[in-house]
Write a protein that binds this ligand. Structure first.
Ligand SMILES: [Fe+2]
Ligand SMILES: [Fe+2]
Length: 271
């Protein structure tokens, strides 16, 4: 189990007067994606089939991701008692499937797989940090504080394993960058959009563009410059570039401007 459980959360401090309906929608979305963590752990165990120590760590990691899903689902049910997590998760699973039926990483190597996992944990650790800092409801803040701490620990787990993997499977800078940016671009694929749809919409038909934008509009607005600069520092570390100097400063500046530009455009488009 993780370092905290649902019993550690002060559920009695829940304050409905501090709810934002759009935050409730993106938390429901996250509850489905996190709860699916067990499938990813199974996938990692297949790729590292001859490494029992890492398999153990991957299973533990998967349990922590599932716990994130449980905590967020319980909070979402407090915020909206009509939220039926079990039905929503069934809908998510029946509409969104990742191809896990393989023993080799589609990133080309175990090192590539670890870089992709680092990117995901960078995304989640920054997301829950931004959510923790941006919401007013105290129980959600508490949950996000726990989850953000777990996610950065997950990043360190995969980064440590990456360092070990590259000793047998060296991976050059361009390949690292290709895997890293490829995984970042996949954030636009169906996973979040379909989870948003499965958690929040029952009447209308699925429309990837519409639900990607609905999710991103609320999520991007949460980020502040220090969150984005932290993302860039972790990405630089994962691709083995120094997190300092002109390139690092320029990347941080451009990433922040790009995110603000997109957040403002999404807000205007919805107005
Ligand atoms: Fe998570
Ligand atoms: Fe994680």
């Amino acid at each position: 189990m993780g370092r905290w459980t649902l019993d550690d959360i002060h559920w009695d401090r829940f304050d409905p007067s501090k709810l934002d309906p759009e935050i409730v929608r993106i938390v429901k979305t996250a509850s489905l994606v996190e709860y699916n963590g067990g499938a990813y752990a199974h996938h990692l165990c297949r790729i590292f089939h001859d490494e029992p120590d890492f398999q153990r760590a991957a299973r533990h990691w998967g349990e922590e991701e599932i716990q994130h899903g449980r905590a967020l689902a319980r909070w979402a049910a407090l915020a909206d008692p009509s939220y039926d997590f079990v039905t929503a998760f069934d809908r998510f699973q029946s509409g969104y499937r990742v191809d896990f039926d393989r023993d080799v990483s589609r990133r080309g190597s175990r090192s590539g797989e670890m870089i992709a996992r680092c990117m995901v944990e960078i995304g989640t650790s920054s997301y829950y940090s931004a959510l923790r800092d941006g919401v007013r409801e105290p129980v959600l803040k508490e949950i996000c504080r726990h989850i953000a701490a777990d996610e950065i620990r997950h990043y360190r787990l995969f980064h440590r394993n990456l360092m070990r993997c590259v000793e047998c499977e060296p991976i050059g800078l361009w390949k690292r960058l290709r895997v890293a940016f490829g995984r970042i671009a996949e954030a636009q694929d169906d996973e979040l959009a379909y989870a948003y749809y499965a958690a929040n919409e029952t009447a209308s038909r699925y429309d990837r563009r519409r639900y990607t934008r609905a999710y991103a509009r609320r999520a991007f607005a949460l980020y502040r410059e220090h969150h984005v600069r932290h993302i860039v520092a972790l990405v630089f570390k994962a691709v083995d570039l120094p997190p300092r100097g002109r390139l690092f400063q320029a990347a941080g500046f451009l990433a922040w401007r790009a995110l603000r530009f997109r957040a403002i455009r999404l807000t205007k488009a919805a107005a």
